[in-house]
Ligand binder design. Structure first.
Ligand code: PGA
Length: 235
């Protein structure tokens, strides 16, 4: 089954998130062939009424139940809304917020232990891509240090940093070569992310080794997101 995930990043309010979720839930009521995840901001997590293949996840949380970690949320806050899905290792957390591989691995182990579904992101910056496939894969494999890739509820997302939010999608060849290399080592669903759009989502999701897409910018308008879901119908 194709997996499509929407990463809201720092977008949408509580009100617009609610509208988005009920709009998507309604569409998915009659659409069983796709698994959809939406990652709203922490302030927009809530007890949404969902009766479809739609799961709400957290973009980030600290590896703690509760405590003194100013600005963070833990599982006490996630449990309030029954959140059991989390995004870990997103490039913006690695490169803008400065999360180290060690911190990411600690977070991964914590949420794995609690049985969360984990969407784990990997991807190389432009200067690494420019050194070729071997360097790219070497960089990506470093992002698996400390990560138990045999974990049952793991979904991977390959998101080249240079393609995220830039409008520059990786080429089919880039996607295929990285995906097949990762897939030869790790037998888990593998999403592609990085400037996936309404118009290219079907073509990307039909590539060998691509099990779905993690989408930022193009997913934030609810009608566009539902169009994305319509476009991958039947894959
Ligand atoms: P983008 O973001 O679709 O805006 O490139 C993807 C992501 O960061 O998950």
């Amino acid at each position: 089954m194709v997996i499509i995930a929407s990463n809201f990043k720092t977008n949408h309010t509580r009100a617009s998130t609610k509208e988005f979720i009920s709009f998507v839930n309604e569409y998915l009521n009659n659409e069983k062939d796709v698994e959809v995840m939406v990652f709203p901001t922490a302030t927009s997590l809530d007890n949404y009424k969902i009766n479809s293949n739609l799961t709400i996840g957290a973009q980030n949380a600290y590896c703690v139940n509760s405590g003194s970690f100013t600005g963070e949320i833990g599982t006490q806050q996630l449990d309030e809304f029954g959140i059991k899905t989390i995004l870990i290792g997103h490039s913006e957390r690695r490169h803008i917020l400065g999360e180290s591989q060690e911190e990411i691995a600690k977070k991964y182990a914590f949420y794995k232990e609690l049985g969360y579904k984990i969407v784990y992101c990997i991807g190389e910056p432009l200067e690494v891509k420019e050194q070729g496939l071997e360097a790219t894969l070497e960089y990506i494999y470093e992002q698996f240090v400390g990560i138990d890739t045999t974990y049952a509820d793991l979904v991977l997302a390959y998101e080249p940093v240079w393609a995220i939010g830039t409008g520059v999608t990786a080429t089919n060849e880039d996607i295929k070569s990285v995906h097949s290399a990762i897939k030869s080592k790790i037998n888990k669903p593998l999403l592609y992310g990085g400037s996936v759009k309404v118009d290219n989502v079907a073509q990307i999701c039909s590539l060998d080794g691509v099990d779905g897409a993690l989408i930022g910018t193009a997913s934030w308008v609810k009608e566009d997101f539902v169009q994305i879901l319509k476009n991958i119908k039947g894959l």
